[in-house]
Ligand binder design. Structure first.
Ligand code: PBG
Length: 328
């Protein structure tokens, strides 16, 4: 039998150098966005570990600045902020308060790190007493259209504080348009929207809800977040958000939805983001803590899978770690 009779794929796997030459996807520091949880508190040293997300913390403004400062030194270029207010109410009024915790965090970070891309999550669930993403009617229905104004006001307050980009995660219909119009009317037509366009009603958000203290007090999010069984619907959601003015489309969660990332990549020319969510993080952490898996290799393989599926941007709680590993 001649060598040429069959495909010898191993020729290009012979050495690290050859493998590097033919490698198709690579993680760049600029691809990564690190989420942070900032708490409204009088204790400037507040730094509370999130039990279900080892290595992640709820942070005071001061601690946030320290944490981000260290990450920026390692090459972090973008953050996503979640706020946890002191007081929650029916209408989530701290979400759109000019002196709210996220607004303060934006001001502080932009002051300390002008080059850092500060993105804010726009949603009501961390700010409402019932933990839902919108206004709740008697009987428990989450009202769509009345919620849009509150989301738009939230986005505007973030941008006024200096946010570089807003990321609506609520999954109300029409919210991208409402936010776009409000930003434009107020002189912020240059500020991009990264839409959580395709967001599934997922069990993988469990640990986040501890971190953000946003577990719904009753019911669930299935009347607005997508059914995990659907993919054609994902394309409709993406089309709608683009038509409403989204600049970047996000898929969330990440790993169980790589097929959706690929479909969006093939179907649209906009940048695609993927959110490697809390449950995906906690699974790896739990297995690694038991010594069952090699955390670094597993995480880098996950990150590579996002790029291979077609994502440009990766939102991940591993961002700080990945930067350290890339710098080695
Ligand atoms: C809603 C929001 C959620 C996440 C990001 N934005 C939670 C939810 O929809 O219940 C989840 C992120 C994660 O699990 O890491 N504001």
């Amino acid at each position: 039998m001649l060598d040429s009779d069959f495909y010898r794929g191993r020729r290009l796997r012979r050495s690290p150098g050859i493998r590097a030459l033919v490698r198709e996807n690579e993680i760049r520091p600029a691809d990564l966005v690190m989420p942070y949880f900032v708490v409204e508190t009088d204790d400037s040293g507040f730094r509370k570990p999130i039990g279900s997300m080892p290595g992640q913390f709820q942070l005071s403004l001061q601690e946030l600045e320290k944490q981000v400062g260290a990450a920026v030194k390692n090459g972090l270029q973008a953050v996503l902020l979640f706020g946890i207010p002191k007081e929650k109410d029916e209408l989530g009024s701290q979400a759109y308060a000019d002196e709210g915790i996220v607004q303060e965090a934006v001001r502080r970070l932009k002051q300390a790190f002008p080059e850092l891309v500060v993105i804010t999550d726009v949603c009501l669930c961390e700010y409402t007493s019932h933990g839902h993403c919108g206004i709740v009617q008697k009987g428990g229905e989450i009202l769509n259209d009345p919620t849009l104004d509150l989301l738009a006001r939230s986005a505007l307050s973030h941008v006024r504080a200096g946010a570089d980009m807003v990321a609506p995660s609520d999954m109300m219909d029409g919210r991208v348009l409402a936010i776009r119009e409000t930003l434009d009317e107020n002189g912020f037509s240059g500020v991009p929207i990264m839409s959580y366009a395709v967001k599934y009603a997922s069990a993988f958000y469990g640990p986040f809800r501890e971190a953000a203290e946003s577990t719904p007090k009753f019911g669930d999010r299935k009347t607005h977040q997508m059914d995990p069984a659907n993919s054609r619907e994902a394309l409709r959601e993406a089309e709608a958000d683009l038509a409403e003015g989204a600049d970047i489309l996000m898929v969330k969660p990440g790993l169980p939805y790589l097929d959706i990332v690929r479909q969006l990549r093939d179907g649209f020319d906009t940048p695609i983001a993927v959110y490697n969510v809390s449950g995906e993080y906690s699974m790896v952490k739990a297995a690694a803590a038991n010594g069952w898996v090699d955390e670094e290799r597993m995480v880098m393989e996950m990150m590579t899978s996002f790029k291979r599926a077609g994502a440009d941007i990766i939102l991940t709680y591993f961002a700080e770690d990945v930067l350290k590993w890339l710098n080695k």
